[in-house]
Design a protein around this ligand. Structure first.
Ligand code: NDP
Length: 233
């Protein structure tokens, strides 16, 4: 089975960092790209790359409820949920404030629980020889319980463990229609990853694009490194 070329792509959370790099690379390949941001500067950055910008704050119920009608009639073959915040940079078991906890969970988890059902009716139908549309949720190795080696940022870790569960449920609910995976993007030089991180966004995103294009149905519901290698949940 040959890997399909992404032709109609949705990137959620594309104002900067990994999301904007997905937009850049898919546009460079000639794909039609719709991408979301919550503020005007992000919408402008998306439009400057020739993609269609949509305003979306995944942590805002009213904003998120508008996504389904904004993409009504679309037929996306590839979708990435990228939006994320790190929250408190706690070194150990310091309880987060309710506001900090809500901000992290609402963006990283509740946002995905809003966006994934909204895109379900805007997925390209499966074609012969292909397993369906492809959905990637950008999680983090910090969310892995099996690979846990520290407690720093435990609110963020909990949120990524939770979104891994959300992704798994989506892979079951959308079986036969979409192949759904969670990605660890690597430690990447973005605003979140910082200047000292290992990877350039170009390399991380190129790896995830290759990995998602190469998926078959048997790998739906798995957790992958940016280079396609399987990770423990
Ligand atoms: P950035 O901080 O550069 O970008 C985060 C993105 O999330 C921005 O586009 C931001 O938009 C968006 N976002 C935040 N809150 C909301 C919201 N309420 N609604 C919509 N969009 C929102 O980080 P990265 O690009 O590095 O991170 C992308 C993803 O990768 C995240 O999920 C992160 O957890 C994950 N990740 C990153 C790693 C790294 O090393 N960089 C490592 C592991 C995982 P805005 O500009 O409006 O704030």
């Amino acid at each position: 089975m040959s890997s399909p070329i992404a032709r109609n792509v949705l990137i959620v959370g594309a104002s900067r960092g990994l999301g904007l790099e997905f937009v850049r690379q898919y546009r460079a390949d000639g794909a039609r790209v719709t991408a979301t941001a919550r503020a005007d500067d992000g919408l402008a950055a998306i439009a400057a790359l020739g993609a269609k910008p949509l305003k979306l704050d995944v942590a805002d119920a009213a904003s998120a409820s508008g996504l389904a009608w904004q993409i009504d009639g679309e037929s996306f073959d590839t979708v990435f949920y990228v939006s994320g915040v790190y929250g408190p940079r706690s070194a150990g078991m310091e309880p987060p404030s309710v506001d900090d906890f809500d901000a992290v969970m609402h963006t990283n988890v509740l946002g995905a629980m809003r966006v994934l059902p909204s895109v379900a009716d805007a997925l390209a139908p499966p074609v012969a020889g292909q397993p369906g549309a492809r959905i990637g949720v950008i999680s983090s190795r910090m969310g892995s319980i099996g690979l846990r080696n520290g407690t720093s940022g435990w609110t963020y870790r909990a949120s990524k463990a939770a979104v891994n569960s959300v992704l798994k449920d989506a892979s079951i609910a959308l079986a036969g229609r979409a192949v759904c995976v969670a990605f660890h993007p690597g430690w990447v030089r973005t605003d979140m990853g910082g200047a000292g991180a290992d990877l350039a966004p170009e390399e991380s995103v190129a790896g995830m694009r290759r990995a998602i294009a190469a998926l078959d149905a048997s790998r739906s519901g798995s957790f992958l490194n940016y280079d396609g290698a399987p990770l423990a949940w």
